[in-house]
Structure formats: C-alpha cells, structure tokens
Ligand binder design. Structure first.
Ligand code: MLT
Ligand code: ZN
Length: 466
C-alpha cells in the first residue's frame, strides 16, 4: 500500500470500521465501474457506510481533506455515472439495504438507498400492493441509484418515471448537511421542492440516504401481444391503433437484429418461425373480457391496414413472461459486442419524423456496423445500439460511433427531443448535454451544483462541471 493510500485509509477508518474500507484490486475494479464501457476503473478506496451518520462523516472528511466521492448503488447505469476512474473514494450503499418502515394507511414505504428494486417489488407484493417502476435490471439496481438517475423502464407509459413515486427523501448535501425533504406529504406548497432537484442529479449534489416511496394497488394480470412488422414506421402506426382504444401498460418495439441476438443467446424458439424487420410488444391490463375482445379487433385492424403481418397473444402469465423475454433479454444478449448506446426521446408526435431521419442516418452506418434498435416507443424513447465488429479496434469503433452519435443528436435537437431519455448523462453523454439544454440552463445547473456542493467533492466530472 502506498503512503497516500495508507493515509487515506487511516482517515476513512475514523468514520467507518476498518472491515468496511476496501482497497483490494478486485474490489477497486468491481466497485469502480458500472455497466457502461469505455472508462477504466481506478478508485482509491471503497467504503461501506451503515448509517446516515457515517455518510455525513464521510462527506465531512472529504470536504476537510478535499477528496472526491462517487456514490455507488447497483452500478447498472449505462452512462458512466457511477464510474470512479480518477482516484475517487467510492461510497457503496450495499450495507444500507433495509426496508425500514411501512405505513399501511399512507401506503408509503421507507427504505435505505441500497434496497434492490426487485426486493421492494417483492415486499410490495407481500403487502398485497405494487411498486410500478420496472426494468430489466430490477434484480440488481438499487433504489438510491434509480432515484439519482430518475430511472424509467418498461412501465413509464402507464405509471411514469421513478420521480413520480418519491414522496419523501433524506439527503446529505455536498456541504454535509442533512435535509429531510417533503416527508411523505401528498400536498406541500411551501416553495422550492428540493426533492426534485436531487432526483436525476446523478450524485452530483449529495447522497440520497433514505427514501419514502408510494405503493399502489396491483394491476390486473396483463395480457401481452407480440406482432411482427415489415417497416419501422409501422411501429408508430400500430401504437396509434392500440392507444386509441386500450389503456396500455407498455408498448415496446425492437428490431429483427435484436430478436436474432436474444433467440441465439437464450436458445429460445422463434415465435413466428421467421425473423421480421421489426416487432411490437403490446401489454394491457386484462381487467375484463371486453379488453381482450377490443385487443383482437385492434389486432385485426393492424393486419388489414398492413401495419402488422402476424401476431401472438399470451393466454396466461407464464406465456406473457415468455413473450417479455424477447424484449427484456436484449441488453444482455448484445453485451459481448461492446455496444455503443444512444438513448434518445422525442414527443410521440415527432417520433415518425425521427424514425425517418434515423433510417436515413443508419442507411450509411449500417454498412459499417450491426445496428440493434429497441425501446419504449409508447413513451417516445428509442435505444440505438451499434455493435462493435470483432475485427475492429475499440478506440476506432468509439471514434466512429461518436460521429454517428452527433448526427443522431442533431436530429433529436432539431425535433426538441432529449439526448438521454432514461440512462442519464454521467461521463459518456456529458460532452453532448448542450444538444438538449441551452447555455442559460446549463449555467443554472452549475449554480445549483455550486450551492449544494461548493467544494465539488460529489461525483466530480459527471453531468456538469463547475
Ligand atoms: C432497456 O430498455 O432495456 C434499458 O434501457 C437498457 C438498455 O438500453 O440497454
Ligand atoms: Zn430502456
């Protein structure tokens, strides 16, 4: 251990017990990165606080000795928001993972930030309730990280983003102060709601140390339809048909390239016996028989209009889950190709124009790279994934992808969309933030950061610089 590393550890163990400070190479590697690729992990230490007091102690120490801190949840982020590549101290919430309190009258659950999303969903179920935020990484992502990135996922169309479920929150600001925000109130008209500044702030303003989230009554068991489509524009036309008459819980789309990868890596059988250029996955709550009848009429309409070629519909929950596998398995099935990810959004009314422009852009780059498209079309969110050819060097691949990204972002900007719908800005999207936020707005963002974290100890280098 170098002298400086020893000095740092000596300081950290004045706040947390020695067994909760790690500097082994394997821990530094594991906790120094998230699911994004590109940056090399290089933290100086990993600490595992067990209480709000300890987090506050760490922030005090970091301000005094001027070392940077990186908040770390399940590290399932895809924009490098939890990467520590500049000798930062990583603060992991793995040991603050308890559900603290459930209030049956208010349907509010109070959790430590390290609770895994899937565990909260199971807890809600055990109380006969439902936590509606859901995504493929729910088995690994932590609530604090979800809130820090305002995580979205597959149910946003019906239930909104993580922001919509946060009723209260305790934070330790970058100055080291404890704030108790909103305290579970439904109505509270007392000025600035700082809770919403911390949601989506990607750990740049302080640490989220406790959360109060709302649970609701569970939906009826959903029915899922999978449709095979010939053209990308038919995805939006199909959405319009279904949205008009049914209350959808999800409307996802994915390309034939995505389907091929999922089938191959999971050894699934092809639901249609042939690969379509595009697929739409429609989910709706099946609360009465009428819904199913309405859905079959809408399906027929899509077939007659030529929007869809064929489709399958789930008859029970196990079949519904099997159909979801084709969509939810995509990220994992392309992980080995070091994908370059864009996660953009537009208003639904602009999506047809965006898809046309995307087709034009991709007619050039698809000769160079395999393109896997998918996303939450129902809420205007498209994920564009470029796969690294095995023979191409990583550096060269990233440089080429950046050029393509610029074209995509220019198109998104011209349509008033967002360059990051749900993955966040982190390290990877930071150079492009001005495509979605103008200079005046960026200046206010910097001002907010300076206010909460004047010494710039909280996740420096991510989102905005001060
Ligand atoms: C998804 O929709 O599956 C997630 O946003 C992950 C991804 O884009 O890879
Ligand atoms: Zn997504």
């Amino acid at each position: 251990m170098s002298w400086t590393a020893k000095k740092l550890v000596d300081q950290l163990i004045t706040v947390v017990e020695p067994s909760r400070v790690k500097i082994d190479a394997s821990d530094l590697e594991y906790y120094g990165k998230d699911w994004s690729s590109g940056a090399t992990p290089n933290p100086s230490a990993i600490v595992f606080p067990k209480s709000i007091n300890e987090v506050q102690g760490l922030v005090g120490l970091a301000n005094k000795l001027n070392f940077p801190l990186v908040p770390s949840g399940g590290r399932t982020g895809l924009s490098g928001g939890a990467v520590a590549s500049e000798r930062e101290v990583v603060v992991s919430f793995d040991r603050m993972n308890k559900i603290l309190k459930f209030d049956k009258v208010d349907n509010l659950v109070t959790c430590q930030p390290g609770v895994i999303t899937g565990d909260l969903k199971k807890f809600a179920e055990s109380e006969g309730l439902f936590y509606p935020v859901d995504f493929a990484s729910a088995g690994a992502s932590q609530l604090g990280g979800n809130v820090a990135t305002n995580a979205g996922g597959i149910n946003v169309l019906r239930y909104g983003m993580t922001r919509d479920w946060v009723e209260g929150m305790k934070v330790i600001t970058g100055r080291g102060e404890l704030l108790d925000l909103n305290r579970g109130l439904k109505k509270n008209a007392t000025g600035f709601d700082f809770r919403h500044l911390f949601i989506g702030s990607e750990g740049t303003l302080g640490f989220i140390v406790e959360l109060t989230l709302e649970l609701i009554s569970p939906p009826e068991e959903p029915t899922v339809m999978l449709l095979g489509l010939q053209k990308i524009e038919n995805t939006v036309k199909t959405l319009a048909v279904f949205k008009e008459k049914l209350s959808l819980t999800a409307f996802e789309f994915f390309s034939g390239t995505a389907m091929q990868k999922v089938i191959k890596s999971n050894e699934l059988s092809d639901p249609f016996g042939r690969i379509y250029p595009f697929y739409a996955l429609v989910e709706f709550e099946n609360n009465n028989k009428d819904q199913l009848d309405v859905a079959s009429v809408l399906f027929e309409k899509c077939i007659k209009s030529g929007y869809a070629v064929e489709g399958v519909v789930s008859q029970n929950q196990s079949q519904a889950k099997s159909l979801w596998k084709f969509r939810e398995g995509i990220t994992e099935s392309i992980a080995d190709y070091n994908p370059f990810k864009s996660d953009v959004s537009c208003r639904i009314s602009k999506i047809p124009t965006f898809l046309q422009e995307l087709e034009k852009i991709s007619s050039v780059f698809s000769r160079q790279f395999e393109v896997v498209l998918f996303g939450h079309l129902g809420d205007g969110n498209i994920h564009i994934n470029l796969l690294q050819p095995f023979q191409m060097d990583s550096q060269e691949f990233r440089e080429e992808c950046k050029k393509i990204s610029k074209l995509i972002f220019e198109s998104v900007q011209s349509l008033g969309g967002s360059i990051s719908a749900e993955h966040g800005i982190g390290l990877i999207k930071k150079p492009y933030l001005s495509y979605s936020r103008d200079e005046a707005e960026l200046n206010y963002m910097r001002g907010v950061k300076r206010l909460f974290d004047p010494e710039n100890i909280m996740n420096p280098g991510k989102l905005v610089d001060i």
